[in-house]
Design a protein around this ligand. Structure first.
Ligand SMILES: [Zn+2]
Length: 261
């Protein structure tokens, strides 16, 4: 649907000039393969690095298939062989030190991934032998990159009030809502554990379930084009305006949708 819009706009704008602009809009993004888009740097040993390159190629295809659109820019990925290497790759002005559960990070300009070979000693809550989980995290972080390349903040700084959407989107694209390791939004509702405000949706033990589920609700009810359009939003007010709904109504409608599903 997004690609159709792209073609239509190109025809409207460029028709008097010639056909090549239309051609560029339609064909060049489709030609971008994972190998052309992903810049992967690592000091991991060759075979482990090759495994991760395959995983990221697959993850790239999951993300672009979800949107029907390529990445708008190249993706710079660092595969860190250990926790010290992971932390060292963050911009110094962030003053960042990762916690043990954190094995990936993604914004427009970079993606960091702690090698699964380091998880046993330097991470908690992640199983390096669970191939689906290793892939899901790659898709999750690549979704943050994809989103960041569209969002004017590029790294979501200042748009924390819709941080739940940043995470919810990554959860949905990665299919993490459907994995047994995450809780069910129905449980969150029955346990009265759903936050009262959207801003708090990415919090608590059910954060994957509730942030992911309400994003899934927007995708299913409002449509993929609307979901795509929301990626350049930085405030809750504009987010709700685009949906044409109040916060209270959105929460009410989502809850009803979850319970009738
Ligand atoms: Zn995330």
């Amino acid at each position: 649907m997004i690609r159709t819009t792209c073609i239509r706009i190109a025809i409207l704008i460029f028709a008097p000039i010639g056909a090549c602009a239309i051609h560029a809009c339609v064909s060049s993004p489709q030609a971008a393969t994972a190998g052309e888009v992903l810049n992967i740097a690592t000091s991991m040993d060759d075979s482990a690095a090759d495994d991760m390159r395959s995983i990221f190629a697959e993850a790239h295809d999951v993300v672009t298939a979800f949107w029907g659109e390529p990445f708008s820019e190249k993706v710079n990925i660092t595969l860190a062989p250990n926790r010290a290497g992971f932390d060292a790759r963050f911009p110094p002005d962030w003053g960042f030190k990762s916690e043990c559960w954190m094995v990936g990070a993604g914004v427009a300009d970079f993606l960091l991934y702690l090698s699964p070979s380091a998880w046993a000693d330097e991470a908690c809550g992640h199983d390096p032998d669970d191939a689906q989980h290793v892939l899901d995290i790659a898709v999750h972080e690549l979704t943050h990159v994809y989103h960041g390349q569209i969002n004017p903040t590029r790294d979501f700084t200042g748009s924390e009030e819709i941080g739940w959407f940043v995470e919810g989107l990554a959860v949905v694209v990665a299919g993490q809502l459907n994995r047994d390791r995450y809780s069910d939004p129905v449980d969150a509702i029955y346990e009265d554990a759903v936050p009262d405000t959207l801003q708090n949706f990415w919090s608590g033990q059910h954060r994957y379930a509730v942030a992911g589920s309400i994003t899934d609700y927007i995708d299913k009810i409002y449509g993929r084009n609307v979901l795509y359009d929301l990626m350049n939003v930085t405030t809750e007010a504009v987010f709700l305006e685009k949906l044409g709904v109040s916060e209270q109504q959105l929460l009410y409608d989502w809850r009803a949708w979850v319970l009738e599903d």
